[in-house]
Design a protein around this ligand. Structure first.
Ligand code: IMP
Length: 425
């Protein structure tokens, strides 16, 4: 049995954690491939509510192995906290020896760089993710596997930290980080994480060879992708499907399916163009009703109507063969629901998603509306329970994106899930 990717199709926060927890019943391995603890995945099931930033969302099923691939950047403090909170042992969790470390100076630099950008700030989560990826690409990064040789690391760190402190103090006027503290931290991480550090790509390959299912867990979303997103208002990794291959060391033929997770409307955290943004009372109403506040930073999420132009683009760059729509119940009770089907850009109608931020900023949404519905969709689990209004809305989404909807989420609990067609064989 193959791998199945579950990928955020908008600007993150689509509800991937809940869906992965639901699907994980049928999987042997759940694998994260990109991002870091900028992600915040909420899982709610009979065992409780779990807010996860690094650990994959399959941990509530005792039969699963959860792995953090080489494409992820890992803050060991955060990982150790999540291991402790969830009582995970090395038989349930592994982290790739090739994943890069988020060091304390990355967190300091992330915040200083944002402050320096002023009005042009990206609105990062401030978790050091961008600076850690910068070091990876600049070939100056430290990898998780290097923790296993603390003596060698202690020899290398003074030069690295001295260089970072030059930047922190001279360019940004910040306070230097302390080398002794960092050496002590890496020794602690080495001791506490050693048993979890593994060549994760072998675990994934072995599972696939043995005919087991692997769920590849997205973080962030396609429109935050470093290459395909709304650059420069993006994250520093590749949440799109290509990132799964490099971020886990697997081949494309492993895939049995690539599913895109969409909210029934749109949200975005941080700065950047957002053509269908709803300003004022209407947006506030959805935000309050749906609790649209970031799991990682607590920031209020920006709210918008469903953007069909962006959705179609996202489906194309990921090759989605199935859609998962979340938060349908949030739209219960609305008079009419708008869907953006095209943009007006510089006086012309287009259904192409402009990839540079300045043009996207100028794009004006062209909407079609469907009538709202009064019946509740909350907690429904069978296709026969979908009311006609909600059905018409889902049909419209399928028509606009051109990909079938396979799962609909009708509430935050694992059981509040409606399967139209099985995603995993
Ligand atoms: P960074 O990933 O912390 O560098 O932040 C870059 C951009 O991505 C900012 O706009 C963040 O708000 C956004 N971002 C990063 N991670 C997430 C996420 O998990 N959900 C939603 N937005 C995110």
């Amino acid at each position: 049995m193959p791998a199945y990717a579950v990928i955020g199709a908008q600007w993150g926060d689509e509800g991937k954690g809940k869906i992965i927890d639901f699907l994980a019943e049928k999987a042997a391995i759940i694998a994260r491939y990109s991002g870091g603890n900028n992600a915040g995945h909420t899982v709610i099931n009979d065992a409780g509510t779990f807010k996860l930033h690094l650990v994959p969302s399959g941990i509530c099923w005792p039969h699963t192995m959860n792995v953090i691939g080489n494409g992820v950047v890992v803050d060991p403090e955060v990982l150790l906290k999540e291991i402790g909170e969830n009582n995970l042992d090395p038989s349930r969790l592994a982290v790739s020896d090739r994943a890069h470390l988020i060091m304390p100076y990355h967190v300091v630099l992330d915040r200083l760089e944002e402050a320096k950008r002023g009005d042009a700030a990206i609105g990062t989560t401030g978790r050091g993710v961008g600076p850690a990826y910068v070091d990876k690409v600049a070939r100056q990064g430290l990898r998780v596997g290097e923790l296993l040789d603390p003596e060698e690391l202690a020899l290398r760190l003074p030069e690295i930290v001295a260089f970072k402190n030059e930047i922190i103090t001279k360019i940004y006027g910040g306070n230097p980080v302390d080398i002794e503290d960092i050496i002590a931290l890496t020794k602690k991480w080495a001791t506490e994480l050693a048993e979890y550090i593994r060549p994760v790509e072998n675990l994934v390959a072995d599972a696939l060879d043995n005919g087991e299912n692997v769920i590849v867990e997205g973080a962030q979303g396609a429109l935050l992708d470093l290459d395909h997103g709304t650059y420069p208002y993006v994250t520093s990794s590749n949440p799109t499907v290509g990132g799964t291959l490099t971020g886990l060391g697997m081949g494309p033929r492993s895939y049995g399916g690539v599913a895109g997770v969409f909210k029934a409307y749109c949200t975005r955290v941080g700065a950047g163009p957002f053509p269908t943004e709803i300003h004022g009372a209407e947006g506030d109403r959805i935000r309050e009703m749906a609790g649209e506040f970031g799991v990682t930073t607590g920031r209020a999420r920006r709210i918008g109507w469903f953007d069909g132009v962006a959705a179609k683009y996202s489906a194309r760059v990921n090759g989605f063969d199935g859609l998962i729509v979340t938060r349908l119940d949030t739209l219960d009770g609305w008079d009419e629901i708008k869907i953006c089907v095209a943009y007006e850009l510089d006086g012309k109608r287009t259904d192409q998603f402009p990839i540079d931020a300045a043009r996207l900023e100028r794009a004006k949404p062209i909407y079609e509306s469907v009538p709202g519905w009064t019946e509740s969709t909350r907690s429904i689990t069978k296709p026969s329970q979908i009311n006609d209004g909600a059905k018409a809305y889902l049909n419209k989404l399928e028509e606009v994106i051109g990909v079938p909807i396979k799962i609909v989420s009708t509430g935050p609990h694992r059981d509040e899930t409606l399967v139209i067609e099985d995603l995993i064989g």
